[in-house]
Design a protein around this ligand. Structure first.
Ligand SMILES: NC(=O)c1ccc[n+]([C@@H]2O[C@H](COP(=O)([O-])OP(=O)(O)OC[C@H]3O[C@@H](n4cnc5c(N)ncnc54)[C@H](O)[C@@H]3O)[C@@H](O)[C@H]2O)c1
Length: 346
């Protein structure tokens, strides 16, 4: 691809998972990786050695006051996203924020309002929507092979031992985050993407396996979705054998077929034969794979940049990210109160 005349000046704040954003900007012909920001000097230093033309900053405010930036990736701990993202929007940059967009409804409202007031785009980095596994499932739904969905289940069985050890803020008592919001935001977002908007949530949770984790570490959310389907998301943080492939299990049932992880079954293959003749009798086929040479994190940044170059809004946008936060928090409230909860609307 030839080099465009004007490069978009990009910065990344937070260089953990943010390294994927750095790599994607550095490889994008429309972008100049202008600045990197991290409060950890060793981490920042190692990135600056790898990307010597980028300027380094320990503090976001200083970076925003010194640099003119077109886009900023916010990849810091969850509770920082809103304040940092708003500062970047107000400095004139388009913003992409890692998931969950925020940890509270108030922050989500402030973040979305700041984006709309600024006239800049806000994208929620739900990278699973750019992952070939889930894109392949979405394509099956778009092609109508499952008919109308009536059940959408995502079970995310993880073991967080390594992550809690390497990145202690994930279990910080100062900023607790329920499992279904922290990691579960991926599954809840995919449930919404596959099955539609959440109208009501129920939940139940326990706190058995990680006594020093400051919130519930095992949770089930049950959701009434706008099209009538029932959604169910389970998030565990201490499944000893959970962290295998796939650690996020997907079951979709519709009026014409089903998906179970990589397996697909559709009545459409049998040319009008009644369902009772084929149900349970014919073999599954593989969900037709989507070919993609970019990892999901890179693909989402490529999408963000293309949207800015072409002047169209990136998806999922800030409101989408906020709806996923609202759905997660509705399940958390429901588990605490024992009552069904309607999510905040965005
Ligand atoms: N698949 C995914 O989409 C995915 C995976 C992992 C993490 N995440 C999300 O990405 C975010 C970051 O998670 P992580 O695992 O990379 O955490 P991390 O702790 O490894 O990285 C965060 C970085 O932010 C820096 N930082 C903290 N406070 C700062 C400040 N005030 N100013 C500048 N830098 C600061 C830290 O020094 C650290 O290097 C979280 O929101 C997390 O939920 C998303």
């Amino acid at each position: 691809m030839s080099q465009p005349n004007t490069l978009l000046r990009a910065a990344v704040v937070g260089l953990g998972i943010g390294r994927f954003h750095v790599e994607a900007y550095a490889a994008n012909p429309h972008v100049e990786l202008a600045a990197l920001c991290d409060a950890n000097p060793e981490r920042l230093g190692s990135f600056l050695r790898q990307y010597p033309s980028a300027k380094g900053y320990a503090e976001l405010g200083e970076m925003l006051s010194r640099e003119t930036l077109d886009l900023v990736s916010i990849c810091t701990p969850d509770w920082m996203h809103a304040d940092m993202g708003i500062a970047a929007l107000q400095a004139g940059a388009h913003v992409v924020s890692t998931k969950p967009l925020t940890t509270t409804i108030d922050d989500a409202r402030r973040f979305v309002a700041a984006a709309e007031a600024s006239g800049r785009y806000l994208m929620a980095a739900h990278e699973r929507r750019f992952h070939p596994r889930y894109r392949a499932m979405r394509r099956v739904l778009d092609e109508g092979l499952l008919g109308q969905l009536f059940y959408v289940e995502l079970d995310y069985f993880t073991h967080k031992g390594r992550q809690f050890h390497n990145t202690p803020w994930y279990k910080s008592a100062e900023h607790p985050r329920a499992a279904i919001l922290g990691t579960g935001a991926h599954a809840v977002d995919l449930m919404r993407w596959f099955g539609g908007e959440v109208e009501e949530a129920w939940g139940t949770a326990n706190h058995i396996a990680w006594p020093d984790f400051p919130d519930d570490d095992c949770m089930v959310g049950v959701f009434k979705l706008a099209g009538g389907a029932i959604g169910k998301v389970t998030q565990t943080y201490a499944s000893i054998r959970g962290a295998g492939e796939p650690d996020l299990r997907v079951t979709l049932h519709g009026t014409k077929g089903s998906i179970e992880d990589e397996k697909l079954f559709s009545l459409d293959w049998f040319g009008g034969v009644p369902a009772m003749e084929v149900a349970g009798r014919k073999p599954w086929r593989e969900v037709p794979p989507v070919q993609q040479d970019r990892v999901s994190h890179h693909a989402q940044i490529d999408h963000f940049v293309s949207c800015l170059v072409e002047g169209r809004p990136p998806q999922p946008d800030g409101r989408e990210g906020a709806r996923t936060v609202a759905a997660c928090l509705a399940a958390v409230d429901a588990a605490r109160t024992g009552q069904p909860v309607r999510p905040a609307s965005f």
